[in-house]
Design a binder for this molecule. Structure first.
Ligand code: PHE
Length: 342
C-alpha cells in the first residue's frame, strides 16, 4: 500500500506537539526524543519505508521533518532549563536584601516631642489642617479685619475655610472634645503660611500644648516649658520669658532658651557667640489662655484657667541638631542623597 507521506508527516508533527504539551520533566522530554528521533523512532521508520533509490522529494521532506522535530524538542528543553534555573526555585541562592527605609528627621523629632510631653501626661492629638475661620481665628479672639490676622497670612480655600497657619485651632477643638477639664494635650500637625525662602517653607510643623485645670498659673507654664527644654535640648539649658502679644493668650510670652554654645553668656573667649549673638535663642510663643477663648470653648474662666504654647517642630529640630541647612526646604524634597546623611 502506497504511503501518503504528506499526510503522515503532518500527523507526526501533530502528535509531536501533543506530546510536547504534556512534558513536565527532562525525562518526559527524553522519552519524546527517543519516540521521534531514536533509532526506532518515527522519523527513522519513515526513512526505512523509502525505496533504495529515491528520486522523489520525499527523502528531503523527511529530513525536514527530522530538523523540525529536533528544533521543537530543543526549544522545549530550553524552556525547561530556564524554569529550573529560575532563582525562585533555587533555594540555595542568598536572598536579595530589600533596601531599608528609615524615619524622616521630622518624624523623629515629632516622636521625641510627643514622648517628652507624654511623660507629663499630655495626650497627643491631631486636629484639622483645613479649618474653618472660627477655630482658626475668630474663636481665638481674632475678629475679622483685626490687624493680628496680618501676622499669619495663610491660604484661604474659601471665605470661611483656611489651611491653618498655626496649630492653635486645636485649642478650641480640644475644649469641645474633652468638655470638662483637666485638659492636657499636645496637638502636632502641619501648618501653612504664605512664605517661601531658604529659611521658610509654605508648609511646616508645629506642636501646640494646652493645659487647663483649676488654679493653673504662670509657674505651671514655666515648669512645663523648662521640663521640655531640658528633656529635649539637655539638662544644662535654661529658659526665659519675654513679654509678647497674642490675641488668644493673656499675658503672652515668647520663650527663649539659653544658647548651647555660649551657655547664655553671648560671648565665647571674649568674642560674640556666632550662634546666638545674645546668649539666648527664641523657641516660640506661649501664654495664659485668654478668658474669651475659654468661653468660646465652653469652659467657665471663673473656675478654670490654663496655658498654651505653639512652637515649630523644624525650629527646635534645627536648634537641637545644630543643622545649618542652606535651604530649609531640603527637608521636604525627599532626596535620598540628602536624607541618607542623617
Ligand atoms: N499660635 C502662635 C503662633 O503660631 C503660637 C502660640 C500658641 C502662642 C499658643 C501662644 C499660645 O505663632
Amino acid at each position: 500500500m502506497a504511503i501518503n507521506y504528506k499526510e503522515t508527516i503532518r500527523e507526526v508533527k501533530k502528535s509531536l506537539s501533543r506530546d510536547l504539551s504534556k512534558v513536565k520533566t527532562a525525562d518526559d522530554l527524553e522519552q519524546i526524543n527517543i519516540k521521534y528521533l531514536g533509532r526506532q523512532g518515527e522519523v527513522n521508520l519513515l526513512f526505512k519505508t523509502l525505496p533504495i533509490k529515491d528520486d522523489s522529494n520525499i527523502g528531503k521532506a523527511i529530513n525536514e521533518l527530522k530538523d523540525y522535530c529536533k528544533q521543537e524538542i530543543t526549544s522545549r528543553l530550553n524552556i525547561l532549563l530556564e524554569i529550573k534555573s529560575d532563582p525562585i526555585f533555587d533555594v540555595t541562592v542568598p536572598g536579595i536584601q530589600p533596601p531599608k527605609g528609615s524615619l524622616h528627621l521630622i518624624t523623629h523629632a515629632i516622636n521625641e516631642i510627643e514622648s517628652i510631653f507624654s511623660q507629663l501626661g499630655f495626650v497627643r492629638r491631631r486636629y484639622p489642617e483645613v479649618e474653618t475661620d472660627w477655630y482658626y481665628a475668630e474663636g481665638l479672639n481674632i475678629p475679622k479685619g483685626h490687624p493680628a490676622r496680618d501676622d499669619q497670612e495663610t491660604f484661604y480655600l474659601s471665605k470661611e475655610i483656611v489651611l491653618t497657619a498655626h496649630t492653635s485651632n486645636g485649642q478650641l477643638r480640644e475644649m469641645e472634645k474633652v468638655k470638662n477639664p483637666p485638659i492636657k494635650m499636645v496637638n502636632i500637625g502641619k501648618t501653612y503660611r504664605r512664605q517661601a525662602d531658604t529659611s521658610h517653607s509654605a508648609m511646616f510643623h508645629q506642636f501646640e500644648g494646652l493645659l487647663i485645670d483649676k488654679n493653673i498659673n504662670i509657674t505651671h507654664l514655666i515648669g512645663v516649658m523648662d521640663y521640655f527644654a531640658k528633656a529635649y535640648f539637655g539638662n544644662d539649658r535654661e529658659i526665659r520669658l519675654r513679654p509678647h502679644h497674642f490675641q488668644f493668650t493673656e499675658p503672652s510670652f515668647e520663650i527663649d532658651i539659653s544658647c548651647g554654645l555660649c551657655h547664655g553668656k553671648g560671648i565665647i573667649e571674649k568674642l560674640p557667640c556666632k550662634f546666638c549673638k545674645s546668649g539666648w535663642l527664641e523657641l516660640g510663643g506661649s501664654g495664659m489662655v485668654h478668658p474669651n477663648v475659654l468661653k468660646n470653648g465652653g469652659i467657665d474662666p471663673k473656675i478654670f484657667s490654663g496655658f498654651a504654647f505653639g512652637w515649630g517642630v523644624e525650629r527646635v529640630l534645627m536648634m537641637k541638631s545644630g543643622l545649618n541647612l542652606p535651604d530649609l526646604r531640603l527637608l521636604y524634597t525627599d532626596d535620598l542623597r540628602f536624607l541618607k546623611q542623617f
